[in-house]
Design a protein around this ligand. Sequence first.
Ligand code: GRF
Length: 211
Amino acid sequence: MMRVRTPGQLNVGILASGRGSNFEAIADAIERGDISAEIKLIISDKENALVLKKGEERKIPVLCVKPEDFADADTYERTLIEAFRSAEVELVALAGYMRLVGDEFINSFPYRIVNIHPALLPSFRGLHAQRQALEAGVRFSGCTVHMVDQGMDTGPIILQAVVPVDKDDDEESLANRILAEEHKIYWRALRLYCEGRLYVEGKRVLISEKV
Ligand code: GRF
C-alpha cells in the first residue's frame, strides 16, 4: 500500500474544455477555507470556454492551449506539462476536459491527475454517461472522482455519490441532479489529498481516518 502524499497545502491546476462549474465549486471551497489549496493555473483547449472567463473573474491565471496549433498530441501535451510545472502545480484536476490524456502527462503527475465523471464507474464510461444510464434503465446513478490512468475513466476511484433516477427523467434533469453532487464531492476528494489521507493499492484507494 502506497501513501499518495503527506499532508500540506496543495497547488492545483485545472484542465477544462467548457462551462467550468466544477472549477467554480472547487474555487468556492478554497475561498471558504474548506480546503487548504490554491488554484495556480487553468488551461483550456477551447478558446471560448466559459471556464477561462470564470477564472479571469477570480484573478486566477488562465491559458488557452489549442491542440490544433501543434504538430501532434505529444507536443501539445508537453506544452501543458511545462505550463503546469512552471506554475508549480502538483495536482491536475480535469473538470470537463473532453480529451484523453497521454502517457507522458500521466507519468509527469503520478496519482495526481484526477477526473470527475457523471456516472457510477465502472458503469457508463466515456461520453453521454447520463444518456447511457437512462438507456440502461438503472434506478440509481451518480458521479465518481477518480485518479486518471491510461484508460478512459478506468483509474482508481476516490469518491462517489449516488442519485436516484426518476421515471420522468430526461438527460438534462438527470445531469442536473448528478451535477449538484459533483460539486459536493470533487473538492472533498481534493481535501483528502490535502490531508494526506489517500493510499493506493492496485486499483483500490484507501482513505485513512482523519487524525
Ligand atoms: C461534468 O458533468 C463532468 O462530470 C464531466 O463534464 C461536465 C463538466 O461540467 N466530466 P463543468 O464544465 O464542470 O460545468
